[in-house]
Design a protein around this ligand. Structure first.
Ligand code: CTP
Length: 443
């Protein structure tokens, strides 16, 4: 019996997939198909896959060509599958020519001619209208947004706004997009706004964008007042517009995995969370000179509050702040202490004091430690009473990580995955209320 194996995502199952499977089956007697998991696709940078794993498997099965379906979960799996299943022929489309020659020591490798003029990427783009994005503010984070956005299908960044036209133009020239210093005109040809301007300008820009019927992705901290967050979310809901607070950690796969494990009961009941993020900034930067809205907590607080809200929820009993301030009154180092009915938490951040940027979650059966930079979660460990028992986990964090929130937003706008908010409206509103409380007590 000649065994053939092939692999793919098989998203939005199309004729190219059908023809590939048909010919693969004709190469032998028994066809095994490996279908990729969602995590594997995300980790190899294939974002925006529409169909769930179950649907993709079902579609592959319905062709009637397949004798066995397996899931492909990690890089290097093909190498072991070929040996494990005693495969005679490895078949794959001609877009991969040469890529799998390393399997030739174990089986025959066949590249099948790819069907012309069809692909899942093409179908995703035609099924879902490409979202046109405009960026407000073109500082450091916008520079990171540009390359990240190019990795997500279904969107096109085309405008940038800055009240200082020269600055918008420099950015626009670099990225080959259109510069604007007139907000009305900027809004005209876009569907979605990414706001990356200084914190204190967010509220007005979000309001204006929503009033022009635009969806919004706003950098953290979205706003610094609870009432503003409530007003904006209410307006967005009533007008069926998306409003996302962009805290990249909330959307990245490693952090999601870690939350799942922490909440699975593995470490028992969670009793303590400690999150720390510090960065030494030059004294003349905006963060250390803007007397009203600068300081370490407005800059980094969103990150360190995030795991606390995610693990303990939004209903804390008390919240107190302790800061070390610079001469100009801005906080260089802040500890926010939360008391919950069954646990305590501290969120520590600094721009003028350096500390270990780790996340520690302590429970009644064990603890989880995520080393710095935990806000870009990759590796983490679960420890127990017995020091010899350590479970190690790993997940990829690609590039600057903005691609994850962008792809979630695009999926949401396309009506996919709409219930699984990784950072909910409620959490975003509580985040604003914490910022408001901090500013009221510290300024
Ligand atoms: N395939 C093919 N002809 C096409 C499209 C895909 O023969 N027009 C083959 C691929 O070469 C691969 C298999 O089908 O062997 C599964 O490919 P997959 O990556 O799932 O499909 P694509 O349409 O290429 O997906 P995407 O656009 O997301 O890369």
């Amino acid at each position: 019996m000649v065994k053939v194996i092939t692999y793919g995502t098989f998203d939005l199952f199309h004729e190219g997939h059908y023809r590939l499977l048909k010919r693969a089956k004709e190469l032998g007697d028994y066809l095994i198909v490996g279908v990729t998991t969602e995590t594997f696709d995300k980790n190899r940078g294939k974002l925006g896959v529409v169909d769930s794993l179950v649907t993709r498997i079902e579609n592959v099965k319905n062709t009637g060509f397949v004798d066995e379906i397996i899931v492909e979960e990690y890089v290097g799996q093909k190498f072991s599958d070929v040996q494990r299943y005693n495969v005679d022929i490895f078949a794959i489309g001609s877009d991969w020519v040469g890529e799998f020659d390393y399997l030739k020591d174990y089986c025959k490798v066949v590249y099948l001619e790819r069907t012309k003029n069809i692909s899942s990427t093409f179908l995703r783009q035609t099924k879902y209208k490409v979202k046109r994005i405009g960026i407000i503010g073109n500082g450091r984070i916008a520079e990171r947004f540009m390359p990240e956005s190019k990795l997500v299908s279904g969107l096109n960044v085309q405008n940038v706004y800055n009240p200082r036209f020269e600055s918008a133009k420099r950015f626009a020239d670099k990225w080959d997009i259109n510069p604007y210093d007139d907000l009305e005109k900027f809004f005209e040809s876009i569907d979605l706004v990414y706001i990356a301007s200084p914190h204190e300008t967010h509220y007005d820009y979000i309001k204006s964008a929503l009033e022009h019927g635009k969806h919004v992705l706003c950098e953290k901290p979205m706003v610094l007042k609870q009432s503003q967050a409530e007003e904006l979310f209410n307006y967005a809901h009533e007008n069926k517009l998306a409003l996302f607070e962009g805290i990249k950690t909330a959307y990245c796969p490693g952090f999601r995995k870690m939350l799942g494990i922490a909440r699975s009961g593995k470490i028992g009941n969670i009793r303590n969370v400690e999150a720390c993020f510090t960065k030494l900034e030059k004294p003349y930067t905006r963060e250390l000179t803007n007397l009203k809205f600068g300081g370490s907590f407005t800059e980094l607080g969103s990150y360190v509050i995030l795991p606390i809200l995610k693990l303990f929820g939004t209903e804390f009993e008390t919240l107190t702040f302790d800061s070390i301030n610079a001469e100009n009154g801005l906080d260089l180092f802040t500890k926010a202490s939360f008391r919950y009915p069954n646990g305590i938490a501290t969120a520590t951040c600094g721009l003028g004091v350096k500390s270990e940027g780790r996340l520690l979650i302590s429970g009644t059966k064990g603890y989880i430690i995520v080393p710095a930079p935990w806000w870009k979660t990759t590796d983490f460990e679960v420890h127990y009473e017995d020091p010899n028992v350590v479970e190690r986990y790993n997940e990829q964090f690609l590039g600057d990580g903005l691609r994850y929130e962008i792809s979630d937003l695009i999926a949401y706008l396309n009506g996919i995955d709409s219930t699984d908010f990784k950072f909910s409206y409620k959490e975003s509103i509580v985040m604003a209320s914490i910022m408001e409380k901090f500013l009221a007590t510290s300024r």
